[in-house]
Design a protein around this ligand. Structure first.
Ligand code: HEM
Length: 415
């Protein structure tokens, strides 16, 4: 395999230069990961000025390592760490982040996670089966006769947002607005967002929070059998969630509840079609379907990077020294194709049974929505292939120019 020009590696200094905006890289990051695995799986990323880890064992253990956290300000001040003051034009965005489960560490994290966990355990999620299947069928009813469709807009984007909105008890008619707010907010999770992105994400955060505040007030008067009502009324050790916590958690669930799953639906359909995989075979039984879903998650993961702070000065086994407050990057997408863990890792093998990928993370922040995402994929993928025999791509898939969220802009299909 020729070295992609988007990456250059200097093994002697364990450093690498990668241009994330180079289509050669973001369209096929797996090729660059293969180079990293061969030459230096732990590397100092020149453009980002911090250490990154691509090896499966390292990523998996660093995600679980309690010497690292998603947060740092619970153990040190900004002054101590030389961090800049918060940006006033991001106040609304920061307010949501400040109470977000994803950004918290114990004990605050434990309390919030315990309060919502019950709704997301597999037993509870299984009950959504008929609803998700019916939704998938009704969407296909809408375009089946056309003989063609752009999958993202008509299917992949709609299933997850509808399911999570219904779960929370947010009106499904709001789906287009929810998608809009969410897309504008998650643009912040790329490297160096522009000032325009920051202003827009802040405006979206303010509108989103305002909308949810109204819904929460309404639900207080009109409790229903939904997750938002449960979050409003539930107590732990005599304590309830504050309004800010309720709003942040609802925003996180609504955003995380669809962004990655949308991409994963698109990535999975593309993978199956491009590799000429027989849907009949890979979806022939529950076990085969589950293995196939896991292999698409390994091979075409939707989220490639998560970061952690060193909570103290740390010497890693491979001689990398970190200072308290240093950030490290964990390349989930790369860990999934580590040849030390998976045989012939760049091959898509739906019957592969070599242990877990790390696409849902690991440790304390392991994706709470994993059972839900898996169920959505397990139902809506086979239904799509069953209903539209002869499904094929028309032209190339349009890949998103965004490294962190590896997904498709568009996937045109016909049958
Ligand atoms: C294919 C789809 C999905 C993927 C690949 C995915 C991936 C992830 C990953 C990697 C993390 C951990 C981040 C970290 O360690 O820093 C995470 C956390 C999280 N995910 Fe997902 N996710 C998916 C779907 C969902 C869904 C459907 C929900 C809906 C509820 C959801 C809600 C969350 C939440 C709330 C967290 C934060 C958990 C915590 O901090 O304790 N995700 N997800």
């Amino acid at each position: 395999m020729p070295t992609p020009s988007a990456i250059s590696i200097t093994p002697s200094t364990r450093s690498a230069s990668i241009d994330v905006r180079d289509p050669q890289f973001y369209k096929n990051p797996l090729a660059a990961y293969a180079q990293l695995h061969a030459q230096c799986p732990s590397f100092f990323w020149e453009e980002q000025q911090q250490w990154y880890f691509a090896g499966y064992d390292q990523v998996n253990s660093l995600l679980r390592d309690r010497r690292f956290g998603r947060q740092i300000l619970h153990v040190a001040t900004r002054e101590e760490l030389g961090l800049p003051e918060p940006k006033p034009h991001l106040a609304d965005f920061d307010r949501l982040e400040a109470n977000s489960l994803l950004e918290l560490e114990p004990p605050a994290h434990t309390r919030l996670r315990t309060l919502i966990n019950r709704a997301f355990v597999s037993r509870q999620i299984e009950q959504l089966k008929p609803e998700i299947a019916a939704l998938s069928h009704s969407l296909i009813d809408g375009f089946e006769k056309d003989g063609q469709v752009e999958l993202l807009k008509a299917y992949a984007e709609i299933v997850p947002v509808t399911v999570i909105a219904r779960m929370l008890g947010v009106p499904v008619e709001m789906a287009p607005k929810l998608l809009d707010w969410s897309h504008r907010m998650v643009k912040m999770y790329v490297f160096n967002p522009s000032l325009e992105t920051e202003h827009d994400a802040n405006a979206a955060s303010a509108e989103f929070a305002d909308y949810l505040k109204g819904i929460i007030d309404w639900k207080r008067q009109n409790p229903a059998d939904d997750l938002l009502t449960h979050m409003i009324t539930t107590e732990k050790d005599g304590e309830r969630l504050s309004d800010d916590e309720l709003i942040s958690t609802a925003v996180l669930l609504l955003n995380a509840g669809h962004e990655a799953t949308v991409h994963q639906l698109g990535n999975a359909v593309r993978t199956l079609l491009e590799t000429g995989t027989s849907a009949k075979d890979v979806f022939s039984s529950d076990t085969a379907t589950e293995r196939t879903i896991e292999e698409t998650m390994r091979y075409a993961a939707p989220l490639h990077i998560f970061q952690r702070y060193a909570l103290s000065d740390i010497e890693l086994e491979d001689g990398i020294s970190l200072k308290k407050g240093d950030k490290i990057g964990l390349l989930l997408g790369a860990a999934n194709v580590d040849p030390q863990k998976f045989t012939d890792p760049l091959a898509f093998r739906p019957d592969r049974n070599e242990g877990a990928h790390v696409s849902f993370g690991a440790g304390l922040h392991f994706c709470i929505g994993a059972p839900l995402a898996r169920l959505e994929l397990k139902l809506s993928l086979p239904i799509l292939f069953e209903r539209l025999p002869g499904l094929r791509m028309t032209g190339e898939a349009q890949i998103k120019d965004s490294y962190h969220f590896h997904g498709l802009e568009k996937l045109h299909l016909e049958w």
